[in-house]
Design a protein around this ligand. Structure first.
Ligand code: CMP
Length: 160
């Protein structure tokens, strides 16, 4: 079996308040990505300062933290071949009002801040971010029943 990539998404407080959690998780499920970890978390300053350290000092930083603490978030680890790129494409560009239609942000958000979901942007950040939010015992390995129908033989490394 070919090694699958893992990536992290965080379903933000606006999605919870707007009853969009099932819609969001469903989009990743329908794409063929596998959920290997999922939990609700009440974020606090220490974790947010670390997670958003590249935005420290920007005018929206404190407001972003306040928003991310306003209700629990749901952190999800997704797994799949090329999962990081596939997830970023489904999520869409940062600002909802300019994200492509068909993406989560393009379809469900008109905001730069309340943009529904965060997704890791590279293999390096995915690894760091997954470790930030999950212990190894909270991530599961299993084979999904639809694996042979989600990927082709060559992608699965099963070509003779
Ligand atoms: P995210 O992908 O989680 O990464 C950083 C977050 O900062 C981003 O999504 C938005 O929620 C938020 N953000 C980015 N730019 C702005 C902005 N100009 N004003 C307010 N919030 C922003």
């Amino acid at each position: 079996m070919v090694k699958e990539e893992r990536t992290l998404i965080i379903i933000k407080p606006d999605a919870l308040q707007r009853n969009l959690m099932g819609e969001i998780i469903g989009r990743f499920e329908r794409k063929g990505l596998k959920i290997v970890g999922m939990k609700m978390i009440q974020l606090e300053d220490v974790l947010l300062d670390e997670h958003y350290c590249q935005h420290k000092g920007k005018p929206f930083f404190e407001s972003l933290k306040k928003f991310m603490k306003s209700a629990p978030v749901t952190a999800v680890v997704l797994s799949g071949i090329n999962a990081i790129k596939a997830t970023r494409l489904i999520v869409g560009s940062t600002k909802g009002y300019e994200a492509d239609a068909g993406t989560i942000r393009g379809d469900l958000s008109v905001s730069g801040q309340a943009n529904i979901v965060h997704a890791s942007d590279s293999p390096e950040s995915a690894e760091l971010e997954i470790k930030r939010f999950f212990n190894s015992g909270e991530i599961f390995e299993y084979k999904k029943a639809d694996y042979e129908f989600v990927y082709g033989e060559e992608e699965r490394g099963e070509m003779l």
